[in-house]
Design a protein around this ligand. Structure first.
Ligand code: ADP
Length: 231
């Protein structure tokens, strides 16, 4: 708990993650700890190979650490079976990648409806929330467009809308604006930041863009396998 009395939306505690065996082992994370609070956006800035993707995969319950604990919304994941971890991930964590990964055959709205229906909502409930999100992100006029009919910035905004469609607690993003020109990156980032504040999401965003990182609440890096705060 921090001084404001909130519990972290996401906590990593003493995470160890290594790849390979015996003398070829690479220790990527070696006692990495981090707490993300609701409504907080945190930039993850580190050179290539430092372990950003590994940290995001462990935080997002996509990879199990060799040691340490991941706690999402107060629920510890280390002792969970795979199906429980999947349920926790689907319910609580949204992902945005550098490339949008939207389903090409489906419209923007359908791309938001599908994950909500998988989570158990009816088609009409899912469509209603999908329209609301697209409207909030300035995409109301793009509902029926397929990804190929959207600009790069619009595609990324739809990908962000899809990531938060099931109202997750935590948003994890790996270079979400890395593929966009500076002006579009700025717009997409502003949208993401507004969403974080409006919904109380906690966001961990790996980026190389120092201008965008400067506008987040906190900046962290990975040094010798540990997460450390930056100025
Ligand atoms: P970043 O995202 O900061 O570029 P990564 O987390 O992708 O860094 O990788 C960190 C290190 O771990 C790199 O040296 C990479 O080669 C190694 N690594 C990542 N995934 C694997 C894997 N599945 N098997 C072996 N080594 C890996």
């Amino acid at each position: 708990m921090n001084e404001a009395g909130w519990f972290p939306a996401l906590a990593l505690d003493g995470i160890e993650r290594r790849y390979g065996r015996a003398e070829t082992t690479v220790e990527v994370l070696n006692g990495a700890s981090l707490a993300l609070y609701p409504g907080q956006s945190v930039a993850l800035i580190a050179p290539s190979g430092a372990g950003k993707s590994t940290l995001l995969h462990v935080a997002g319950l996509l990879e199990r650490p060799n040691a340490g604990e991941v706690t999402v919304g107060g629920v510890a994941a280390s002792t969970m079976a795979d199906d429980e971890r999947t349920a926790l991930r689907r319910g609580q964590i949204g992902f945005v990648y550098q490339f949008h990964h939207l389903l090409p055959e489906f419209t923007a709205l359908e791309n938001l409806v599908l994950p909500q229906m998988i989570a158990g909502l009816s088609r009409s409930e899912a469509a209603s929330r999908g329209r609301e999100l697209l409207g909030y992100l300035g995409l109301a006029a793009r509902e029926t467009h397929r990804p190929a009919e959207l600009s790069g910035g619009e595609q990324q905004r739809v990908a962000i809308a899809r990531a938060v469609a099931n109202s997750p607690r935590v948003l994890l993003a790996d270079e979400p604006t890395g593929n966009l020109d500076p002006k579009t990156a700025d717009h997409v980032f502003a949208t993401l930041a507004a969403l974080v504040k409006a919904t109380g999401l906690a966001a961990l965003i790996a980026t190389h863009n120092m201008d965008l990182a400067a506008r987040m609440d906190r900046r962290v890096t990975i040094r010798d396998g540990r997460v450390t705060e930056m100025a």
